[in-house]
Design a protein around this ligand. Structure first.
Ligand SMILES: NC(=O)c1ccc[n+]([C@@H]2O[C@H](COP(=O)([O-])OP(=O)(O)OC[C@H]3O[C@@H](n4cnc5c(N)ncnc54)[C@H](OP(=O)(O)O)[C@@H]3O)[C@@H](O)[C@H]2O)c1
Length: 470
């Protein structure tokens, strides 16, 4: 019975991959009235899913052939599988079953260069390919994520109504779903989203660390985060932090944070963003600092051993306004660095990404959704802004909080509390607004030992000095 193909051709889209995200996206599409076919490599997952969700809009298929034949034309197939080899193998297996004009959407966290390669090779075969970044985790996939698409206009015309209807809403009520540009642009924007997420989480964890050493209880911290969530720091990550701080472990009754190991994992997007920034030569210190901080955290045994050689008794005095201001100023610098990277990549790859549109779709459904993104959208709207810190409103906000920010970073450094997120954001800010950096000395050293030459402030050209050597 289950292998018969009863409804050939009238399903509007198919989801291949029923992991955490695929299942929830399928339910979301079906709840919006889209007839959705589903397929999973492991059959019993499909079986379980369709028996649990008896929705008239969802139909399971147990072979790729049946799955593809359920779909109306042009076929829209959404891949929701593990990024990497799984995407290529699904595409290879499907290709013989597809026809010109069909659309494959890769909605996983694929590396943007893979998406560029797949777009190019599939377009030669007449298949349209869309690389779509989806943010919001499990809950977002079900109730409304933020959606960042990279594809041709031709593909977008077909898939935009579907994806817009399942997305979240921005502050103005419009969908948090848009086309960013062609080929790899959607996955690039998602990668930068995740890089900002890395910085934001790093900054919040540093504030948490400082508060621990200032003697705050978890309950006091939770109250403060709850309070901050009513003001200009309002954001999903601040909101969930206050809830995490109140949560008890069901087994031991202790605070959940006391039983969770202090080793943070990373799945690749932060690392890819750091790599891309280095490839493009974009100075976004805090992206790298946040990735390195996770690497440092994962060296638990080494740190425990090392701490025996240099025992620290750390005490710090801070006030709440100082914590707020340092976090807010650093957060603006986190967005500034993310958008800086995005602008440079868009220019390099000729994607034409509109930063205002990006700030708009990040206002709902995604992990970095925050009130501040409305100011970011305003800053970029109809303007060619080289750097977010050059927006008068945002710069004024940072300048007003600068003293508290510097004092907090200094106090943390004095007390021996690592603050790579906040201090790197501060160095980024200071570096960007410094007209003459000490790189003249670096150039002189390079010329001294390697005859690398240098440029001069008073003449065009490339120069070398005959240095006196001992
Ligand atoms: N989880 C999140 O919060 C989140 C958020 C945004 C984006 N994403 C991205 O979305 C994608 C899916 O994530 P997920 O969390 O749903 O993953 P998941 O729960 O681990 O599920 C992985 C899915 O991929 C399938 N798969 C793996 N290797 C395959 C292969 N070689 N051929 C065919 N199918 C294969 C699995 O099928 P089997 O059942 O047969 O193993 C399963 O359906 C990933 O790219 C992820 O990075 C995840």
């Amino acid at each position: 019975m289950r292998k018969e193909n009863l409804y050939m051709g009238d399903y509007q889209l198919g989801i291949a991959g029923l992991g955490v995200m695929g299942k929830n996206l399928a339910l979301n599409f079906a709840s919006k009235g889209f007839k959705t076919a589903v397929f999973n490599r492991t059959e019993n997952i499909t079986e379980e899913f369709i028996s649990k969700h008896k929705d008239a809009n969802i139909k399971g298929a147990f072979s790729l052939k049946d799955f593809i034949s359920l779909l109306g034309r042009p076929r829209v197939i959404v891949l929701m599988v593990t990024a990497g080899q799984a995407v290529d193998s699904m595409i290879d297996n499907m290709l013989p079953l597809l026809e010109e004009g069909d659309i494959i959407v890769d909605a996983g966290n694929s590396y943007f260069k893979d998406t560029m390669r797949r777009s190019e090779s599939l377009s030669k075969k007449g298949i349209l390919f869309a690389g779509i970044g989806i943010s919001g985790g499990e809950e977002g996939a079900l109730k409304g994520p933020s959606i960042m698409a990279g594809c041709s206009q031709e593909a977008w015309q077909v898939i935009a109504p579907m994806f817009s209807s399942i997305s979240a809403k921005a502050y103005d009520g419009s969908p948090t779903c848009d086309r960013m540009g062609p080929d790899g642009s959607g996955h690039y924007v998602k990668m930068v989203h995740n890089a900002i997420e890395y910085i934001d989480m790093q900054l919040i964890s540093e504030v948490f660390h400082i508060m621990q050493h200032a003697g705050y209880t978890y309950s006091e911290m939770a109250d403060l985060f709850e309070n901050w969530n009513k003001g200009d720091l309002e954001s999903y990550l601040i909101q969930i932090t206050s809830k995490i701080l109140r949560k008890k472990d069901s087994e031991t009754g202790r605070s959940i944070l006391d039983v969770i190991m202090d080793t943070a994992e990373q799945k690749g997007t932060g690392l890819w963003a750091a790599e891309s920034s280095m490839e493009l030569g974009v100075p976004v210190y805090s992206i790298a600092a946040s990735v390195y901080s996770r690497f440092m955290s994962s060296r638990k045994e080494e740190r425990v051993e090392a701490s025996k050689h240099r025992p620290k008794s750390v005490k710090i005095e801070v006030d709440e306004d100082q914590l707020h201001d340092a976090l807010y100023a650093s957060k603006i610098c986190a967005y500034s660095q993310g958008f800086y990277l995005l602008s440079e990549a868009s220019r390099f790859y000729k994607w034409g990404i509109d930063n205002a549109a990006v700030a708009h779709i990040w206002q709902g459904g995604c992990i970095i959704r925050a009130r501040l993104l409305q100011n970011v959208e305003d800053a970029f709207r109809d303007k060619q802004l080289k750097n977010l810190l050059l927006d008068p409103f945002l710069l004024k906000s940072v300048v007003e909080k600068e003293k508290a920010w510097r004092n907090l970073v200094s106090a943390a450094i004095d007390a021996g509390i690592p603050v790579p997120g906040m201090s790197s954001a501060l160095s980024y800010y200071d570096g960007y607004f410094t007209s003459r950096l000490p790189a003249n000395l670096i150039q002189a050293q390079r010329d001294y030992f390697g005859a690398h030459t240098y440029t001069r402030v008073d003449r065009q050209g490339s120069f070398h000095t005959e240095w006196e050597r001992d």
